[in-house]
Structure formats: structure tokens, C-alpha cells
Ligand binder design. Structure first.
Ligand SMILES: Nc1ncnc2c1ncn2[C@@H]1O[C@H](COP(=O)(O)OP(=O)(O)O)[C@@H](O)[C@H]1O
Ligand SMILES: [Mg+2]
Length: 288
């Protein structure tokens, strides 16, 4: 697969684009200062299998277009960050992908199937921006409810419940009413509900808003563990330090994708040292 890498000369800082194929190691000479170095194009791996494909995806609420001809591809095992200030269309995009809203135009495909699609539900996990838990029910009952939605068998549920409760460190709270849990615990439960059925793709809409720094670090540990297992993780955030932890990010403004790439590439491209500055250079607005 042919690709292009923008590389910066470590000596004179000149940036040049180098074409290459997967698995190739190319010796590059800087055209400005003559410095010689190697550019590595990583071999083909699972991160080249497209899992989510948006083609000209558009979603309008009445006459207002919230998502505007969005084209993007997310690959298997990626941690892809959808970034953008409030109102830029992140939640709308996620809701279309989860089949909760129908596109106005264009199309969205997940695992080769066009959304909305009922059979995809079992392969997708969704953690909404506002936690959707039943406060008057126990942790176990909430998980059981989601197991029902995902058509899990009783045995599957029981074994996965244990795994997930251990994963989010809520084992001791299985029989507690959700109303008695702290905000952080509810967030962890919400994540467990989204992951209970071992989805191939998971959509996390601002999963760390209102979460303390320690729990945020824990969550990022979860997300990276998921993608290491081959799960494709799409996460929306307006925290720049979090965006820096994504493999690739797409910057949204007014429902349009204004830039995309790895955090490192975007900084290199704009000659900046922070993703926030890169975003501003690329025509973004302040995140909050
Ligand atoms: N149900 C709705 N009806 C009308 N407008 C909406 C609705 N939901 C969202 N919007 C508008 O669409 C735009 C994008 O919203 P949203 O997708 O929630 O953005 P984000 O998640 O990036 O904050 C905003 O201007 C918002 O006010
Ligand atoms: Mg939102």
C-alpha cells in the first residue's frame, strides 16, 4: 500500500514529503542541508483494515446542517479521536454511527454494513455523553439490561459481567443501587455497559468529562488495552492532552473535517509543539 510521510530534517528542520510503500525503509537526503537519514514505513498490519467508512455523511436538523459531507475512514484497532469545540458535530456523528439517527445524505459503513443496521448492534458498543443508567436499579441489573439488548445468553452474561466488573473495579458494588455510586463509579459502570458484549467497535462520547485526572488516566489505560486487542475505539473529546493519546485524530469544525492525522503529524505539518496550536493553525476555534 503506497503512503506518504512528511518528515522533518533533524539538522535544519526542513520538512519534505517522502512517498513509500508499507514495509519499506528509505534512505532520504535532505535537499537543503544534505543530512542523510532513514524513513521507515511500517509493515501492513491490522491498522490497515477499514472498519468505519464515512462517505459524504451529512446530517441536518431541519435547515441546520450539523454534519456536513464528512469523509473519513477508521481502521481496525485504531484509537481515533474526534476533536472539536462544542457544537462541531461530534455527538451527531457518533449517533448516526450507532444507528440512533438516520443520515440526511451520504453513507456510513461499519464492518462493511451500511448503518443503520440492526445486526450491527451486537458488534458495537456505545457510551453516550450523558450516562444512561437506571439509578433505582443495581449495578448488576443495569448490566443485565444491556446484556438483554445485546442478546447475550445467560452464561455469556455471567462470565462477561465478572470480567467487566473486574476491569472497571466495581466487583464489590455489584448489588449496590446505582444512585448510591459516586460520579466516577457511574462513569466506570457506563463503560462496562458499553463493553459487556465484547464489541468490535466502540464509540465513546466524551467519556472523561467531569472525571478526575486519576480516573482519566485509568480510562486511557482501558482504551489502549481495548485497541491492543483489536477493538476499534472512536472517542470524542475536547481535552487536548487526551487527543494526544489517540493514534489519529480528526478535527471537526461546523460539521466538517478540517484536518486529520496522528497528533505528531499534525504538529509537524503546522510547525507547532502542541495539538491545540496545530488546531488553531488549521483553522479551528478554541475548544471550550
Ligand atoms: N436534536 C437536535 N435538534 C437541532 N439541533 C441539534 C440537535 N442536536 C444537536 N443539534 C445542533 O447540532 C450541532 C452539533 O451538535 P453536536 O453533534 O451535539 O455537537 P458536539 O457533540 O460536537 O458538541 C449543534 O449546533 C447543536 O446545537
Ligand atoms: Mg457532544
Amino acid at each position: 500500500m503506497m503512503a506518504e510521510k512528511r518528515v522533518q530534517c533533524p539538522q535544519c528542520k526542513n520538512i519534505q514529503a517522502i512517498p513509500g510503500a508499507s514495509g519499506e525503509v528509505i534512505v532520504v537526503t535532505c535537499p537543503v542541508c544534505g543530512f542523510q537519514g532513514k524513513v521507515v514505513f511500517p509493515p501492513l498490519d491490522q491498522k490497515t483494515i477499514p472498519v468505519i467508512q464515512l462517505k459524504q455523511l451529512t446530517k441536518a436538523y431541519g435547515r441546520f446542517t450539523a454534519v456536513d459531507h464528512l469523509n473519513l475512514t477508521v481502521y481496525k484497532g485504531e484509537t481515533y479521536g474526534l476533536l472539536g469545540p462544542n457544537g462541531s458535530g461530534k455527538t451527531t456523528t457518533i449517533k448516526v454511527l450507532c444507528g440512533l439517527l438516520s443520515p440526511t445524505a451520504g453513507q456510513a459503513m461499519i464492518l462493511g454494513q451500511r448503518v443503520p443496521c440492526k445486526t450491527l448492534m451486537q458488534k458495537i458498543g456505545y457510551m453516550p455523553q450523558e450516562t444512561a443508567l437506571y439509578l433505582d436499579n443495581t449495578v448488576h441489573e443495569n448490566l443485565a439490561f444491556f446484556a438483554g439488548i445485546y442478546s447475550m445468553t445467560h452464561d455469556q452474561f455471567l462470565s462477561q459481567e465478572q470480567t467487566m466488573l473486574r476491569f472497571v473495579d466495581l466487583e464489590r458494588w455489584r448489588d449496590a443501587l446505582v444512585s448510591t455510586l459516586s460520579g466516577g463509579m457511574r462513569h466506570r459502570l457506563s463503560l462496562a455497559c458499553a463493553l459487556l458484549h465484547e464489541p468490535d467497535v466502540v464509540f465513546l462520547d466524551e467519556p472523561t468529562v467531569g472525571v478526575d485526572p486519576e480516573l482519566r488516566a485509568t480510562f486511557w489505560g482501558f482504551f489502549h488495552a481495548l485497541s491492543a486487542k483489536g477493538c476499534t475505539v472512536v472517542i470524542t473529546t475536547h481535552y487536548m492532552d487526551e487527543a494526544d493519546r489517540c493514534g489519529r485524530v480528526g478535527l471537526l469544525r461546523n460539521g466538517r473535517l478540517i484536518a486529520e492525522g496522528s497528533p505528531q503529524d499534525l504538529k509537524l505539518q503546522t510547525g507547532t509543539t502542541s495539538l491545540e496550536d496545530a488546531f488553531m493553525r488549521l483553522g479551528g476555534r478554541k475548544m471550550v
